[in-house]
Design a protein around this ligand. Sequence first.
Ligand SMILES: NC(=O)C[C@H](N)C(=O)O
Length: 326
Amino acid sequence: MTKKVVIVTTGGTIAMRYDPVRGGVFPAVTGAELVEAVPPLAQVGPVEVVEFANLPSPHITPRIMWRLAKVIDDLLARDDVAGVVVTHGTDTLEETAYFLDLTVQSDKPVCMTAAMRHAAEISPDGPKNILCAVKTAFCPEAVGQGVLVVANEEIHAAREVTKTHAANPKTFASPFWGPLGYVDEDKVTFRRHSLKRQKIKPAAPVDDVYLIKLVAGADDLFFRCLVDKGASGIVVEGFGRGNVPPAVVPGIKAALDKGIPVVLTTRTAGGRVLDVYGYEGGVKPLKAMGVILAGEISGQKARIKLMLALGVTRDRQALAGYFDVP
Ligand SMILES: NC(=O)C[C@H](N)C(=O)O
C-alpha cells in the first residue's frame, strides 16, 4: 500500500496574508492553498490535508492541543498514513510540540512546521518548510524520535527547541544541543537521535496552572494572588540554578502549605535547576520545603508538563517523578 503523509493545518503566519483593507496580517490561506504552493511535494509522496483550525498561535490553548493530539493519534492509527505534518504559528509552537510529544501515543513521525514570513511576502519560508517537514515525516529514521520541529531545513526535538528570534526565519534553535539533523535536496539526515521519549498517560490537561517569571527584587504578590485563587499549580522561572529572591519565599511557602504544587525552572536558556545554593532563596532550602525541580526544560514547557501530570495525579511525589526525566 502506498502510504501518505497527512498535513494537519492549525493556522499561524504560514496560513496568513497581509490584508490592505484591515491593515495587518490575518489568517487567509486554506489547507489546499498551502499544498498548492509546494509543487515539489508531488515528487516526495502522496499527501492529504486535514483542516483542523486556522488560528494565530497565541490563540492556541492546551485544550486545543489536547483535541489536536486526539486527531493526530486517530490519523496515525490508519494503515495508509506514514506520518503527520502539523502547520502551526511559531509563537507557541514549542508548547504545542512538547504537549504532543508527551501525549501522542503512536511512534510514527509527527513533524511540526511553520513560517516567519506570511504567504504573500517576498520569499516566504512556508513552502520550503512544508516540503522539508513532509520529507522528514516520510523518513523511516524519524519513527520513534518523538515530535519533531522542522524549519529552515533543520530538524529539532520538541523538548529542546525554542523560538529564539521575533522575526528572522532562522528562529527555531535548540540552544546547547543543536538540531537533531537536517533536510537536503536528496535526503534527510539525522546526526543524532532524540532522548527516550517521555509519554504521559492521556488525561485532559488541568487549566489553571500558572507561570511566574522572576526578576531582581521580585516579591511574592503573584504567588499570594494564586494562593487566594486556589490555583492547581505554579511554575516558577528562577535565576541560574533556580534561585529566587528572598521576598518570594513566603509566597512559595504559602502555596505549598495550601497543597499547591510549585515547580522550579530557570530563566537561563540552558542547564538544570539544582540544589547547589543554601542561602535564603537558594534551591537547597526550596527543595527541602517541597518545591519540585524541573530539570532542563523551560518554564513554558514545565507548565505544559505540570498541566498534563495534574490530569493524572495530585500526589506530590508522583508529580515530582514526572520531572525526573531530562
Ligand atoms: N510566525 C508566526 O507564525 C507568528 C504568528 N503570530 C503566530 O504564531 O501565529
